[in-house]
Ligand binder design. Sequence first.
Ligand SMILES: Cc1cc2nc3c(=O)[nH]c(=O)nc-3n(C[C@H](O)[C@H](O)[C@H](O)COP(=O)(O)OP(=O)(O)OC[C@H]3O[C@@H](n4cnc5c(N)ncnc54)[C@H](O)[C@@H]3O)c2cc1C
Length: 437
Amino acid sequence: MEEIYETLPDTIREVDVLILGDSRELIVPCGSTLGGGSSIKLMMYSRTQQSDYNSWNVPGWSAEDMTPYLRKLETYHGPGPRTFHGFNGPINVFGGTYRANRSGSHFVQAAGNIGYHEIENLTSLDANNGVQRALKYTGTDGTRQDAASRYSILSSRVEISEPACRCKLASKRVIFDNKRASGLEYRPNPKLVVVPSGALGIPSILERSGLGNPEDMKKAGVDVVADLPGASENYQVHHLLDETIDAIVGGRLDAGEPIQESAAILGWNAMDTTCKIRPTDAEVAALGPDFQALFPGDPYLAPALQYFTVGLDRDDKAKFTTGFFSDIQGVDIKKHVWAYKKQGEIFRRMETYRGELPILHPPFSPESPATLIQLNDEPAPNVMDIVYTLEDDQVIEDYARAHVETTWHSLGTYKMGPREEISVIDAKLNAYGVEGL
Ligand SMILES: Cc1cc2nc3c(=O)[nH]c(=O)nc-3n(C[C@H](O)[C@H](O)[C@H](O)COP(=O)(O)OP(=O)(O)OC[C@H]3O[C@@H](n4cnc5c(N)ncnc54)[C@H](O)[C@@H]3O)c2cc1C
């Protein structure tokens, strides 16, 4: 395990030009270990909206087609009608062994005050514009529900060494016998070659193997086996502003204590509420005609700059950029500014609210109604929506550009769909232009 861990990249680093004349490196964290992201993820339970599945427009992969599999993977311990969920799957979905109930309830109440009411089952695939007390990928004892242990990869010693071997051998490239995938370095002639290396790992491995954008492969000296330009397109990840005020990081809590006591707080991920919200029609209109023309739709409208491509060896730096805030219409940044204001209106109405944290607050001018406030013992009285000026909008925008981070949910490379839409795999997950992969 240790050896494998050390041979895989921990993070993918990216240099993005976010502010004119300045540049900042954004990091996409990924789980470079057995179980991948599921071994380090935040355990937050959510499901894709049905419109997302249906937008793939691939027979056999609609929301209706996917629902039996969504049920099959879970043992659901949450609220809501049983029709939407599964009760015999390997992954437990549970409310957690610990919750910060007071602030959670205040959030639900405050969101309700501005029209986002509590929805019992926000994961019904079409529920929207509501909040829910969050569920987690944890067992009823608070244990992480990771892919490696829940799918029994670790159930016997023999099986431990098998996926471990594959991880290591897969790490360079797929071998082709003419157009047929025939092995992963030292494992010749299997019936089928599967490369489960995640949205970040797959493009590099397959481009090193000759499947990808011919231009990029030529530059890297790789012979073309299949011309699949989509391999280095369509990468998507979403952005957020985030800051940790963690008791362990802050030195207020020794991590050893809760571990020794098997404390219930170990089953907590500090996310007690979750929500899905969209701008209203009036808000969309206020964001301008460019935004209106493109909404609702794919929020990642900056594909021209998003790609991930080949390096000659596994440790070579990938050519990679998220494309955050780079679309000329400014739709991506406008969405972020809208979300900043909206979450502020919820927090300002929480009974627990006592003002903003200076380290997390954009530097509005002291005259702005959005300027930093700190309250003493009482929540804010008679809260009205802040009316932001154009200058305030600019402050939020600059702050977002300077502080935005990536959010761990990489997807989209090696896209499934018709080949003419520069997709890379078909509805049966076979790569176009070759066999057995
Ligand atoms: C910090 C973090 C927090 C997250 N929080 C949540 C959350 O709360 N809720 C949620 O639903 N999702 C969350 N996610 C996202 C979720 O973990 C991923 O979407 C999911 O794990 C993707 O699964 P995957 O199988 O596609 O790829 P991965 O889980 O990335 O698995 C890819 C595997 O391939 C291996 N690999 C890569 N390159 C090579 C190579 N060259 N050779 C051999 N092996 C290779 C990797 O080591 C890894 O084991 C989080 C992710 C991260 C990183």
